[in-house]
Structure formats: structure tokens, C-alpha cells
Design a protein. Structure first.
Length: 209
């Protein structure tokens, strides 16, 4: 059995969080500057009548430059991720309590019954709580890419029920259901038994690499 390197997964999560914070700093500064520009626009126009302004393409706030540099640096240092999934805008929505179930053609019925019953030993798990959709997708793809040769090839993905999402809709659960059906390593998945997370998680049977 080859153990999955949790340090790399932790590093990826940190990279995505840091990148998000850096991007938020840039957007916040731009929004603040836009508000200031709007407030001062009339006064500025009166003061600058008849004056041709000089264009300075390097006129950025220092904090924005630092944040942008951090984003570029993080992008260069990010772990290599091969994304085989589509970014379709339309996916089949599910509810918080819906049972997720999928099985590739050719999988033996006895194998799928064993998965549904939660009778496979769970070799590992991935908790996607606290991530946005973009982060969750990158983390999930990296995990499925690297989580190879587990002894039983059955892992648990925790997506939650979405009770804290807007309009109480399980957005992450909906997309995990969509992504898992598209990934070439996923043979089958099914909502967990209550002892393993119930409607907030799925058992996933992976193709051996």
C-alpha cells in the first residue's frame, strides 16, 4: 500500500487559501479606490479643466503590487494538477438529504451492493468543508490524482449538506456529485451510512492505478 502524502494536500489547501486572501486584498483596494475616485470626480474635473494629464502605467498602490506578486509566486509554486473535469455551468441540483449514487457500466452488482452497504474498509478520507467551489475542485482533483494504490481503493469524500450555503442549497454537494461522475478514476460512489457521515459524505470506489 502506498500512503497518500497528506503534507502535499495540506500545502495545496494553504496555497489556495493564501491565493484567495491575496486576490481579495487586490479587489478590496480596487473597490476602495473606485469609491474614492467616484467621490472626488467632480472636484477633480473642475481642478483639471484645460490640463492634459500625464499617463503613468505604473501607478499602482504598493499593497496591490505586493498582493499581485504573491499571487504570481503562488501560481508558480502550486502543485501540478491535471484537471480532467469540465466546467459546465448547468449541473443537476441535489438536496441536502438526497442520496448520491453512481456506478460505471461493467461494475459487478455485488461490488456496488457492498459499496452501498458501507462494507468496504475506508482507506482514506477527504474533508472539503470550508472551501469554495474553485478550491474544492482543485483539491478534489489533486486528491484523486495522487491518492493511488490504496489497499481497498475505497475512500470517503466529505462534502457536507450545505446548510450554511446561500438559500440553504447544498452547492458543494451538487458539484461533488457532478465532478465524481466525470472523473476517470471513479468507478462508483454512494452516499454514506449514517455512521460514516450520512447524506453529508460519499463512499468512492477508485480505479487502481
Amino acid at each position: 500500500m502506498v500512503n497518500f502524502d497528506k503534507k502535499n494536500l495540506k500545502a495545496l489547501k494553504k496555497q489556495l487559501k493564501d491565493k484567495q486572501r491575496s486576490e481579495e486584498v487586490v479587489q478590496q483596494k480596487k473597490q476602495q479606490q473606485k469609491q474614492i475616485d467616484n467621490l472626488d470626480q467632480d472636484y477633480f474635473q473642475d481642478a483639471m479643466q484645460g490640463v492634459s494629464p500625464l499617463v503613468d502605467d505604473t501607478a499602482y498602490h504598493v499593497s496591490e503590487k505586493v498582493a499581485a506578486k504573491r499571487i504570481r509566486h503562488q501560481q508558480d509554486d502550486e502543485l501540478m494538477i491535471t484537471d480532467p473535469l469540465s466546467d459546465e455551468l448547468e449541473v443537476t441540483e441535489v438536496t441536502s438529504e438526497d442520496t448520491l449514487s453512481f456506478c460505471q457500466t461493467g461494475i459487478q452488482k455485488s461490488v456496488f451492493r457492498k459499496l452501498r452497504a458501507g462494507n468496504y474498509r475506508i482507506s482514506d478520507e477527504l474533508d472539503l468543508h470550508g472551501t469554495n467551489l474553485k478550491q474544492a475542485k482543485q483539491i478534489l482533483v489533486y486528491y484523486l490524482q495522487e491518492a493511488v494504490q490504496f489497499e481497498s481503493c475505497c475512500v470517503r469524500i466529505i462534502h457536507g449538506k450545505g446548510h450554511r450555503s446561500g438559500n440553504n442549497k447544498p452547492v458543494l454537494k451538487t458539484y461533488v456529485n457532478h465532478w465524481l461522475q466525470e472523473h476517470p478514476r471513479v468507478l462508483a460512489f454512494h452516499t454514506c451510512k449514517s455512521r460514516d457521515g450520512g447524506a453529508g459524505a460519499v463512499y468512492v470506489l477508485l480505479r487502481r492505478s
